[in-house]
Ligand binder design. Structure first.
Ligand code: HGY
Ligand code: MN
Ligand code: MN
Length: 419
């Protein structure tokens, strides 16, 4: 089980880097272009070099790019990879597993001195979680030509712009350099991504692997309610414009609205009363909304209903409600041919073929806009919990995952007419 142990050991190696405030609590937080992020990227590059990639580089947005050429340098590439940034106090496998698995597969090809009729291009995407900046999927967006120029001017909680963060990390930080990262889809067979499921389905089904049929659509927004700060002791309950209670009612309403659909979700992940005091009625409250559904239509109906209800709540409470959309991702159905390649690969390693959709967003939904894509999910332990330090996989499942990735490569080689 040398692949599995290697993946677990490499995961630990990457997890040694965390931002100081979190590291001192034994927690893993690696957000875009912090020192811990830069160290993680460097380590990924070193793993690629040690594995025997022909070319390893860091691109203009901080992606770590490894290329293992095919029998001819002009052969098309199979693009694969995932992200190496994390959420705050996140898990060790979200994203990273999808970079390490193809690295292990390429190392196996190198050791067997095997060249394929196509190249393998592995990307460690530098930013997918949208933590330090609101520019979610910025790294994959650079590859599809969807990098928003306005993102460079975004500031983090310390007032550092993304461009300053890029230049501090030794990146050019220019739109020209970023625009040059756009991939020509005609030079690629497609994009495949391996990722932990981040949910309970495979764990409860006692299934090590699952083939993704579609990635759910999502919209994220930052919200603010603006009422009137006032004295907590002298202001009668019926004369208040309490921004926090309005935000709380909107939050609970969004939960109820999502529950009305069997498979929609709505989450308030951040909620704060800036400059609040124990004896002051909150004059302002800022919070976030993350709303998702299996189709764009269902997502849009969810968002539209929540916004309508939020306005009514705000009016009744004589509070202003502000809403700024910060991320919109369309549902990304898997390309059938690539989905079937994953199905054959899972069967080739002797496992039942199980298909499921992805409630989580992934880099693949960005690459979806420029080339065919499909994903393979890996079972998570602890009922698949993720975005939580309890996120866990087993070496046995990691072994099966690398074997399935290699089986996918073999499947491609066995069907030259499809290349
Ligand atoms: O939020 C997500 O779906 C992903 O983990 N970034
Ligand atoms: Mn994540
Ligand atoms: Mn992820």
């Amino acid at each position: 089980m040398h692949f599995g142990d290697t993946i677990m050991q490499w995961s630990e190696q990457l997890a040694q880097f965390s931002e100081p405030h979190w590291a001192e609590k034994g927690q893993l937080t690696v957000t875009y272009l912090t020192e811990a992020h830069i160290a993680t990227g460097r380590t990924l590059g070193a793993l690629m070099r040690e594995a025997g990639f022909d070319e390893v580089s860091t691109d203009a947005v901080g992606n770590i790019v490894g290329v293992y050429h095919g029998q001819s340098h002009s052969a098309p590439h199979l693009l694969t990879g995932s992200h190496y940034d994390t959420v705050r106090n996140g898990g060790k496998y979200d994203g990273r597993l999808g970079i390490l698995v193809p690295i292990a597969a390429v190392r196996d090809l190198v050791q067997r001195k095997q060249r394929l009729p196509f190249g393998i291009e592995v990307i460690g995407f530098a930013e997918e979680e949208g933590q330090r900046y609101r520019a979610t999927f910025l790294a994959a967006s650079a590859l599809t030509g969807a990098f928003d120029p306005a993102w460079l001017a975004q500031v983090d909680s310390d007032g550092v712009t993304m461009q300053q963060a890029m230049q501090h990390a030794g990146l050019p930080g220019t739109l020209e350099a970023i625009a040059a990262l756009k991939r020509d889809p005609t030079k690629y067979l497609g994009f495949v991504e391996v990722h932990i499921e981040q949910g309970p389905v495979l764990c409860e089904g006692a299934l090590p692997l699952g083939v993704v049929t579609s990635i759910n659509a999502g919209i994220r927004a930052t919200c603010k309610t603006i009422g009137m700060a006032a004295h907590a002791g002298t202001t009668p309950m019926l004369m208040r414009q309490d921004a926090m209670l309005a935000a709380a009612e909107i939050s609970l309403m969004s939960e109820q609205r999502a529950l009305a659909d069997a498979d929609s979700v709505a989450t308030v992940g951040q909620f704060q009363v800036p400059g609040g005091s124990i004896n002051v009625i909150p004059g302002e409250c800022s919070f976030t909304l993350d709303m998702r559904a299996p189709t764009d239509q269902q997502r849009d109906a969810l968002v539209s209903d929540i916004l309508k209800q939020a306005q009514l709540i705000a009016e009744r409470r004589q509070v202003k409600f502000e809403y700024t959309e910060v991320m919109r991702a369309a549902a990304a159905p898997s390309d059938l041919a690539w989905q079937q390649r994953w199905e054959r690969a899972v069967a080739a390693v002797g496992l039942p073929v199980f298909k499921l959709n992805s409630g989580a967003g992934h880099d693949a939904m960005k690459l979806h806009t420029s080339m065919p894509q499909a994903m393979l999910f890996v079972r998570g332990g602890n009922r698949g919990i993720s975005h939580n330090p309890l996120e866990i996989i087993t070496a046995e499942d990691a072994e099966l995952t690398v074997q399935a990735f290699i089986a996918l490569l073999d499947d491609l080689v066995a069907r030259p007419s499809e290349l």
